[in-house]
Design a protein around this ligand. Structure first.
Ligand code: ATP
Ligand code: MG
Length: 138
């Protein structure tokens, strides 16, 4: 059994996609074991995306991620890290497969609706960034 961190990004929340994203998780038998709505500060967004610190889009990305509320979730299930990444689709919506969240709803490479951890190591760091153990109901 794996866990992963999902974020519905500010564009997903402002475009009214919270229910749609959660519906796709539930339809795929992915269990939600933690969930909250919050607004990151610029500093919190920089900490979260620290791996991208040297990338040219870092400042714009962290402005965007701190621009409005996000929904952070802990998802649980077999192979859920990969399963979530497949539901999300490629980073660039133009390259995302049909039927993925990003293909269906993302407006550009930065504003791509959802985040998902990409490995067990990043999942555990990212989950701990937002949730303490009392906030995860396993
Ligand atoms: P995420 O980490 O958000 O799940 P990802 O793993 O598919 O997305 P990363 O390479 O980790 O993609 O990039 C993190 C985020 O940075 C992307 O989701 C996107 O919002 C933004 N991003 C990535 N590449 C670019 C780019 N070339 N221009 C602008 N923004 C970008
Ligand atoms: Mg990533």
């Amino acid at each position: 059994m794996e866990r992963t961190l999902s974020i519905i990004k500010p564009d997903g929340v402002s475009h009214g996609l919270i229910g749609e994203v959660i519906r796709r998780f539930e339809k795929s038998n992915i269990k939600i074991v933690g969930m909250k709505l919050l607004k990151m500060t610029k500093t919190e967004a920089e900490g979260f995306y620290m791996v991208h610190k040297e990338r040219p889009f870092f400042d714009s990305l962290t402005d965007f991620m701190s621009s409005g509320p996000v929904v952070v979730m802990v998802l649980e299930g077999e192979y859920v890290i990969d399963k979530n990444r497949r539901l999300m689709g490629a980073t660039n919506p133009e390259e995302a497969d049909e039927g993925t969240i990003r293909k269906d709803f993302a407006t550009e490479i930065e504003k791509n609706v959802v985040h998902g951890s990409d490995s067990p190591e990043t999942a555990s760091v990212e989950i701990a960034y937002f949730f303490n153990r009392f906030e995860i109901v396993g």
